[in-house]
Design a protein around this ligand. Structure first.
Ligand code: NAD
Length: 426
């Protein structure tokens, strides 16, 4: 089997992030002795749509953005995955994120395939009006590619509940009636689910609690460093702070803040809501993103971009547990180093799956037009996260492999069995 993706994929796909996803997949496929035909099919996305998104900017000129929506797989159901607005978005990154969504949904037992979308833009430099027009035009361009039975977007970096509301509204206008089930992560007023905004952060914390129970470590006062203070990072910080952990450092794209005694997270959240950047917080000292990653701590939580822990800094990472709240934060080379050093890794497909689990609940509620209470959502989320964690941990112990390989083995085996059961059309 040729493991060089350049020779098997269109060159447009082959970016560093896609190479990472393929390298992880190939290693697990090898270990599972996966049918070579399935290897060929799963290494490449099923469909990829590239759209031009013209927007009249506030100064009157028209700017054309590149937009993408990739369906990696839809064997188990409609594909599911976030929408990212970020300057680094490209086809390879979106495709890697879509592949990871396939594994994540399969691991969590959800009836979804994997997808991802993105627009290459810098939302920090755009007005609300420009972002709204870009979101609506992008939605209309990908409309034939999405829908409650086809593919269901959700928030990711640079997008939020408001973005989902604009997408839902645009799609509903095209259909002539309200279609809440076309996106998840929307406001509750228009069919969103209780608890969706905090779901990813909550899921990360459930996994951390399971890991500490297994490692027999009491959690009071444990030191935590978090890269990224957006939806996921800020909620993880909030919940860990409430549970008595000591969050000593957090950051955003501009840099971070550090306090060895523990940051006042509610005060930091108010500071950021002002709005202010994390680095100007008075309750801590400024710290750079690189320095944050290598701070001595008990728990390191990357909650921003992929490819942050690399061969270059992996030897200097100084934590006991790495909980991957972001997608793909650790390169395969760094992964090998961390493994040798005995760092316990909760891999992204497990750690950050709380978001897609509650997105699944939202989709079910929308289809049934019947909504659940917040308490019910959290109980079901905790149960699903706990069961998935234990399934991954027990395979990892019985096969003497690390958690990432165990998680991907469970997911890839499930998809490959389902593909074999369905057969190849025609
Ligand atoms: P967000 O846009 O709300 O926040 C992103 C944060 O990362 C911001 O604080 C931003 O300033 C920071 N950031 C951006 N570039 C950075 C850089 N170069 N260095 C350091 N920090 C940087 O996004 P989010 O929804 O919180 O997503 C964060 C991560 O979690 C992403 O990897 C995403 O794919 C993953 N994720 C999100 C969800 C979800 O439900 N939102 C679910 C699963 C996984």
């Amino acid at each position: 089997m040729d493991v060089n993706p350049e020779q098997r994929l269109l060159p447009e796909y082959v970016t560093p992030t896609y190479r990472m996803a393929v390298e992880q997949f190939e290693a697990v496929a090898e270990r599972l002795s996966l049918d070579p035909n399935l290897r060929e099919r799963l290494v490449v996305p099923r469909r990829a749509l590239i759209v031009a998104v013209p927007v009249r900017m506030d100064d009157g000129h028209v700017q054309v953005f590149n937009g993408y929506r990739v369906h990696h797989d839809n064997t188990l159901g409609p594909s599911k995955g976030g929408l990212r607005f970020h300057p680094d978005v490209n086809l390879g990154e979106v495709s890697a994120l879509a592949m990871w969504m396939t594994w994540k949904c399969a691991l969590m037992g959800l009836p979804f395939g994997g997808a991802k979308g993105g627009v290459r833009c810098d939302p920090v430099r755009m007005s609300r009006n420009e972002i709204q027009k870009m979101t609506r035009r992008y939605t209309s361009e990908i409309a034939p590619f999405i829908g409650p039975e086809v593919d269901i977007p959700a928030p990711d970096i640079g997008t939020n509940a408001q973005t989902m509301a604009w997408m839902m509204d645009t799609y509903s206008h095209l259909k002539g009636h309200a279609v809440p089930g076309v996106v998840t992560g929307k406001p509750t007023l228009i069919g969103g689910s209780a608890g969706r905004v905090e779901a990813t952060g909550r899921g990360v914390v459930y996994c951390i609690m399971e890991a500490l129970r297994y490692l027999k470590r009491p959690h009071g006062g444990l030191r935590v460093a978090i890269q990224g203070f957006g939806n996921v990072g800020a909620n993880v910080a909030r919940f860990l702070h409430e549970e008595g952990f000591r969050v000593i450092a957090v950051s955003d794209v501009h840099g971070g803040t550090y306090n060895a005694n523990g940051l006042d997270i509610p005060a930091l959240a108010r500071h950021v809501a002002a709005p202010e950047i994390v680095g100007t917080f008075k309750g801590g000292e400024p710290i750079g993103n690189d320095a944050l990653l290598t701070l001595p701590c008990d728990l390191l939580i990357p909650a921003a971009l992929s490819g942050q822990i690399t061969e270059e800094n992996a030897r200097r990472i100084s934590c006991a547990i790495l909980a991957e709240a972001a997608n793909g934060p650790t390169t395969p080379a760094a992964d090998r180093i961390l493994r040798e050093r005995g760092i316990f890794i909760i891999p992204d497909v497990l750690a950050n799956a709380g978001g897609v689990v509650v997105s699944y609940f939202e989709w079910v509620q929308d289809l049934q037009h019947f909504f659940w209470k917040e308490q019910e959502i959290y109980e079901k989320l905790r149960q699903i996260m706990g069961e998935a964690f234990m399934a991954v941990l027990s395979l990892s112990l019985s096969e003497a492999i690390e958690m990432r390989t165990a998680a991907l083995m469970l997911a890839i085996r499930k998809i490959s069995d389902a593909k074999l059961a369905r057969g190849l059309f025609p």
